[in-house]
Ligand binder design. Structure first.
Ligand code: AP5
Length: 227
């Protein structure tokens, strides 16, 4: 299965990708996580990317594409993957299509592109309450999914933190960037017959069920990419 999850910041892409990872037995490939790993280990790419991430702007395509291309070449992604937060631009989508059609696996180059739709007021609630484990990356929400022990991860006891780019001003910018870039991307995948839009309001398990139903519609008919 090759699945792409699209949606605004805080829509629940990461939450759903982690649930799908267990179900489909293919890895989550999250561009934001790859970039944050680069920032943490202070690679040249990470240092450069941080300048954009701190402002809530998109990281330049060439940096992101390099990371994704390397990640998708790893053996665990050979049987499929769940892309989370990538692609974000039509240029990224076109490069992904070229990468996948050129890898010898043949069509369909993707099984499904799922857009999780969540209104802005709910996004703000979700992002302001999000906490992530510094150690294992597990995600919590102070109201919707609180940790058992204050500020500590249920699984590994690691410290929970709030992402730098979850500050209010930066979130506003990220929402503006999403609004400005998503329409052409939705159109790109709509034309390819791959896009399903699902309602992102409800419990994570309910949303997962909607995604599974949408994936059930994914047929094996070859779909040629159309620019
Ligand atoms: P990235 O890390 O991709 O962030 P994002 O797309 O803004 O999405 P988030 O990670 O904020 O949210 P999510 O949809 O995964 O929601 P989550 O599951 O965490 O990107 C960060 C930055 O990196 C970008 O701004 C950009 O600078 C750069 N970048 C990344 N990819 C790029 C690319 N391809 N090109 C260029 N630049 C790129 O859920 C949020 C919270 O809500 C959690 O607390 C969760 O517990 C809770 N929650 C989840 N589901 C539910 C539910 N159903 N009900 C209630 N609460 C819920």
């Amino acid at each position: 299965m090759r699945v792409v999850l699209l949606g605004p910041p805080g829509a629940g892409k990461g939450t759903q990708a982690r649930m799908l990872e267990k179900r489909l037995k293919v890895p989550q490939v999250a561009s934001g996580d790859l970039l944050r790993a680069g920032v943490r280990s202070r690679t040249a790419l990470g240092v450069e990317a941080k300048r954009y991430m701190d402002k809530g702007a998109l990281v330049p395509d060439e940096l992101v594409l390099k990371l994704i291309e390397e990640r998708l070449k790893q053996p665990d992604a050979a049987a499929g993957f769940i892309l989370d937060g990538f692609p974000r631009t039509v240029a990224q989508a076109e490069t992904l299509t070229a990468m996948l059609t050129g890898d010898g696996h043949g069509p369909p180059y993707l099984d499904k592109v799922i857009a999780i739709i969540v209104p802005d007021d709910e996004i703000v609630k979700r992002i302001s309450g999000r906490r992530t484990c510094k150690n294992c990356g597990a995600m919590y929400h102070l109201i919707y999914d609180p940790p058992r022990n204050h500020n500590l991860c249920n699984s590994c006891n690691g410290e929970l933190y709030q992402r730098d780019d979850d500050a209010e001003d930066t979130v506003r910018m990220r929402l503006e960037v999403f609004a400005a870039t998503m329409r052409p991307l939705f159109e790109y995948y709509g034309r390819a017959g791959l896009l399903s839009q699902i309602d992102g309001i409800g419990r994570p398990e309910e949303i997962q069920q909607r995604i599974v139903e949408a994936l059930g519609d994914a047929d094996a008919t070859p779909k040629a990419p159309r620019g």
